[in-house]
Design a protein around this ligand. Structure first.
Ligand SMILES: [Ca+2]
Ligand SMILES: [Ca+2]
Length: 208
């Protein structure tokens, strides 16, 4: 009995103490709606409102789990594209997370249709910010660009501005990796568990 309670308390304690990496999805993002060229590169599945060309209060193509593996001219509907602008996307989560990283899934295309990887992603938040240079891979295939967010603790909302390298930016998905919030086990719960175990042992000894 005592061992069971102690083992249970220890299991609880280690579960509470060990942070676990998880994929988190924003509850909403806001940004300028995508543009139109050979095709429409709009956020078609966006669930929020559109006013003055700005989307807000919802989620859509950028967090639907669908990542384009082919160029914009093959799968245009999977991309949100911006022409001659540096769109700022503001991400909002259900709570503050300790983030590990975020990944942008951009098209490259090596200049076909004036589409290239962006120059940089500029992050701004209440706990700091930085500019992250985006490489231009030799290949023209869509690629993943990951920003290391360790050190950005307790962010529930932050913004990323995407600086273009060419006329068009094409983005199909953005994913986030965070630590599951660590829930500290109250010291009183451990003390109570210990006291109950001690009491049980005492009763058994008296009975014996
Ligand atoms: Ca998508
Ligand atoms: Ca390239």
């Amino acid at each position: 009995m005592k061992q069971t309670i102690l083992a249970g308390a220890l299991a609880l304690f280690s579960a509470a103490g060990a942070a676990q990496a998880v994929t988190v999805t924003p509850v909403s993002y806001s940004m300028p709606q995508g543009g139109t060229g050979s095709y429409a590169y709009r956020d078609d599945s966006y669930s929020g409102t559109s006013s003055g060309g700005i989307l807000s209060g919802g989620t859509g193509d950028l967090t639907d789990g669908v990542i384009a593996t082919q160029n914009w001219f093959t799968t245009p509907g999977l991309y949100v594209g911006w022409l001659n602008r540096a769109p700022t996307i503001t991400w909002t989560f259900d709570q503050a997370y300790k983030f590990n990283s975020m990944t942008f899934w951009f098209d490259d295309s090596n200049g076909a249709g004036a589409v290239r990887p962006p120059n940089a992603v500029v992050l701004t938040s209440a706990v700091g910010g930085a500019s992250y240079g985006v490489p231009d891979p030799a290949s023209g295939a869509p690629f993943a660009f990951t920003i290391n967010l360790s050190g950005y603790d307790a962010m529930s909302s932050f913004a990323t501005r995407i600086e273009p390298r060419s006329q068009w930016i094409m983005l199909s998905e953005v994913t986030f990796d965070a630590e599951l919030p660590v829930v500290p086990l109250p010291a009183s719960a451990l003390l109570l568990g210990g006291a109950l175990a001690g009491l049980g042992a005492l009763r058994r000894r008296k009975r014996g």
